[in-house]
Each structure stands twice: as structure tokens, then as C-alpha cells.
Design a protein around this ligand. Structure first.
Ligand SMILES: NC(=O)C1=CN([C@@H]2O[C@H](COP(=O)(O)OP(=O)(O)OC[C@H]3O[C@@H](n4cnc5c(N)ncnc54)[C@H](OP(=O)(O)O)[C@@H]3O)[C@@H](O)[C@H]2O)C=CC1
Ligand SMILES: CC(C)CCC[C@@H](C)[C@H]1CC[C@H]2C3=C(CC[C@]12C)[C@@]1(C)CCC(=O)[C@@H](C)[C@@H]1CC3
Length: 345
């Protein structure tokens, strides 16, 4: 039986790097690339087929920040497949990042320099915006759209006699102090990225509690610092290229500078090869690359409280209910309007 793998955000970066590695390991996989931009998705599919000509690769239109798109994509997926073995929740954004140069220079002179390079704590802020559904975009993309996708794909993920894995691309930038249960969408702060990644760590723990009994397991990873369009939004790509020798040098001191999508996908790839029952739900898995360029997966305890994971889960369920109602009302309004136009014709 072919294993079915769905990867969100697979049109480039770490997601595409992961797909390449998965196909190299098992060319018999059924790989579904979920992308919001079909042109980019088609280019990714062509690139993968260039090195794996016989691979089974399909495209699925999915904008994780849009409720309607998530519902439609899940429906489409369930029509095409009757099982899902691995769901990689990888799509993510960090819009309009601002680097605090003063804090960076101060950090370089402090004892916390290694931690600063690994987590970017206190270095970055972002400007978020509101989606047409009325949600904060970073929250909707990095967390809520993925949560809804999991909920919608429950029938194919929780098949009797089968285990399935949810694998979240979180970050070491996830920080407890950036997240508030009273403001899960991070409407008030300036670190929505950090908040959304911390929320994904919390959610993964809650999902394990609610779904393990049905054969569904969830894990979180950090890919390390990888050169992708996300990091090119922080500093321009020519600058990163220019300082690449410095980055290689820093890698000797911090193995978190994985730098390439191939290396960054290490922990995602490693988890693919593990028995989900053997994984610790309270661990974050890190892609690491040594100074000599050797890839490996490291572990780190999650900084979470069980009661907060449950409180977030409850809040997400409530938001899900409200968003479903909203979409349904909108659909009814469109139908009524159509009927009205039909009568007046
Ligand atoms: N790069 C890094 O150093 C780190 C990255 N990460 C995380 O890794 C993940 C992958 O990021 P990375 O590869 O670096 O960045 P990229 O920007 O290269 O890739 C992000 C992917 O997500 C997709 N995406 C973004 N928004 C949406 C949306 N609304 N609906 C569907 N797809 C969407 C993008 O699609 P499109 O091509 O259409 O833009 C793209 O395929 C993210 O979750 C990120 O937070 C974590 C730690 C470090
Ligand atoms: C190395 C250079 C001389 C200067 C680079 C300074 C900063 C731009 C980087 C230092 C630590 C980096 C970092 C990230 C972005 C770029 C830095 C702030 C991330 C926040 C990118 C996204 C993530 O999710 C984190 C895991 C990264 C942590 C480190």
C-alpha cells in the first residue's frame, strides 16, 4: 500500500526540500503538494519529477489563511484519497519583519550570543494584518488554518488499524512570553510569529491528548535558520550571500544554522522514519548541522503547561465553530441573493 503524504507550503523553501528528500527515500510515495499559488506548485512538481520521473505527485489548491479554501481543499483531498499517513503542517509566514539592530549588536557583546543566534529572541518584530475572514493573518496561516485542516481531514487521518502523523514546522523563535491566552491571535503585540509558533507547540501537545487513542500523533520541529524567502524578507538575498562565510563560521559555534532547505528538512525527514508511538509529545525536534556539514536531529523539552494547552484547544474549537457558522451564513446569503435575482428577472 502506498503511503500518502500531504505537505502544506511545498511550493518552495523547506517544504520543497522535504519533498525531495522523501521521494529519494521512497519513490513509491503518493505525495500531495498543497499550495496557494498553483503556478509555483506546478513548477515545484516539475522540479521533483525531473529527479523522480515515476513519482506520484498531485497538486492541491490550498490557502491556509482562508477558511473557505481549507474546507474546499479538505473536501477535494477526501474525494481523491481514502487515507493520509503524514500531514506536514509547514506553510508559514513572517510578514514585514523588522530587525532590531541595536538589540542585535548588544546581543553580540553579551554572554547570550549563541542563544540569540539560535532563537532571535528580542531581535524581530512583524506587522500583521487582518484576513478577509476577519482573523489575524499570521495566526490564520501558521496555526488556525492548519488546525481546521486537521479537523476536516480527521476521517482519513484516523482510520481504524492505522497510525498517522501530524508534523508541525514550528520554530525556536516560539516564546511563551509572546503568547497570551487572552489574545491568542496576537492582535495587541508586535511578535505574531513568535506567538503563533508557541501556539503550535501548545496545540501539538493538546492534539496528542485528544487523538492518540485514535491512532493520530503530533510532533513539532524547528528547522534552524534556513535561507528561504522567509529569511530573504528579513535581509535581502544578496546580503545573505555576501555574509555566507560568516554564517558558516557561526555554524561552528551554533549547530542551528542549517542554512539550506535540505538541511533544514532534517528533523521533518527524521520523524517520517520514526514509529509515532515512540515519540515524546513534550519534545521539540531540531534540525541541526555541524560545523563540518553533518546533519542530525536534536531534541529539546517543550516549555508548556498542560492546562494551557487544553485552554488553547478549547478556544480553537470555539473559534472553529464560529467560523463555520460565518461561512455557512455567507453561503446562505449568496444563495438567497441568487434566488432574489432569479425572481426579479
Ligand atoms: N526559514 C527559516 O529560517 C525558518 C522557517 N521556519 C518555518 O518553516 C516553514 C517553511 O518556511 P520557509 O520554507 O522558510 O519559507 P518559504 O517562504 O520559503 O516557504 C513558505 C511556504 O509556505 C507557503 N505559504 C505561505 N502562506 C501560505 C498560505 N496562506 N497558504 C498556503 N501556503 C502558504 C508559501 O507559499 P508561496 O510560495 O505561495 O508563498 C511557501 O510554499 C514556515 O512555517 C516557517 O515559519 C521555522 C524556523 C526557521
Ligand atoms: C549572521 C549575521 C552576521 C547577522 C544575522 C542577524 C539576524 C538577521 C539573524 C540572527 C539570528 C537569525 C534567526 C532568524 C532570522 C535571522 C536572524 C534574526 C529566525 C528568526 C528566522 C525564523 C525562525 O523561525 C527562527 C528559528 C530563526 C532564528 C534565528
Amino acid at each position: 500500500m502506498r503511503k500518502v503524504v500531504l505537505v502544506t507550503g511545498s511550493s518552495g523553501g523547506i517544504g520543497l526540500g522535504l519533498c525531495e528528500r522523501l521521494l529519494s527515500l521512497d519513490s513509491q510515495l503518493s505525495l500531495c503538494l498543497a499550495c496557494r499559488n498553483m503556478q509555483k506548485g506546478e513548477a515545484a512538481r516539475t522540479a521533483l519529477l525531473a529527479s523522480h520521473a515515476d513519482a506520484h505527485i498531485t497538486l492541491l489548491r490550498l490557502d491556509v489563511s482562508s477558511i473557505r479554501s481549507v474546507l474546499e481543499a479538505a473536501q477535494e483531498f477526501k474525494m481523491r484519497y481514502n487515507r493520509l499517513d503524514y500531514l506536514y503542517l509547514n506553510a508559514g509566514i513572517m510578514p514585514n519583519p523588522q530587525l532590531n539592530f541595536k538589540a542585535f549588536l548588544k546581543g553580540c557583546l553579551s554572554r547570550n550570543i549563541i542563544k540569540m543566534f539560535a532563537t532571535a529572541e528580542g531581535l524581530l518584530t512583524q506587522e500583521d494584518r487582518v484576513t478577509p475572514d476577519g482573523l489575524q493573518e499570521v495566526f490564520a496561516t501558521n496555526l488556525f488554518g492548519h488546525f481546521l485542516l486537521v479537523r476536516e481531514l480527521e476521517p482519513v487521518l484516523c482510520q481504524p488499524g492505522q497510525t498517522s502523523q501530524l508534523i508541525w514546522t514550528s520554530s525556536s523563535n516560539a516564546r511563551r512570553s509572546a503568547f497570551s491566552l487572552d489574545d491568542i491571535q496576537h492582535q495587541k503585540g508586535s511578535e505574531p510569529y513568535s506567538s503563533s509558533k508557541y501556539a503550535s507547540d501548545l496545540l501539538s501537545v493538546a492534539l496528542n491528548r485528544h487523538y492518540n487513542s485514535r491512532g493520530l500523533y503530533s510532533s513539532v520541529i524547528c528547522p534552524g535558520l534556513v535561507m528561504t524567502s522567509l529569511t530573504y524578507g528579513i535581509l535581502p538575498s544578496f546580503f545573505w550571500t555576501l555574509i555566507m562565510p560568516i554564517m558558516w563560521l557561526i555554524r561552528i559555534f551554533t549547530n542551528t544554522f542549517t542554512l539550506t532547505p535540505y538541511n533544514g528538512a532534517e528533523a521533518l525527514f527524521w520523524l517520517f522514519q520514526q514509529k509515532p508511538e515512540s515519540l515524546d509529545p513534550l519534545t521539540k525536534y531540531h534540525s541541526l548541522t555541524s560545523g563540518l556539514g553533518k546533519n542530525y536531529t536534536g531534541t529539546c523539552k517543550l516549555d508548556v503547561d498542560e492546562d494551557i494547552t487544553e485552554a488553547l484547544y478549547e478556544k480553537l474549537l470555539l473559534l472553529e465553530k464560529n467560523m463555520r457558522k460565518k461561512v455557512q451564513n455567507e453561503e446562505e446569503e449568496i444563495q438567497n441573493h441568487g434566488q432574489y435575482l432569479h425572481h426579479t428577472d
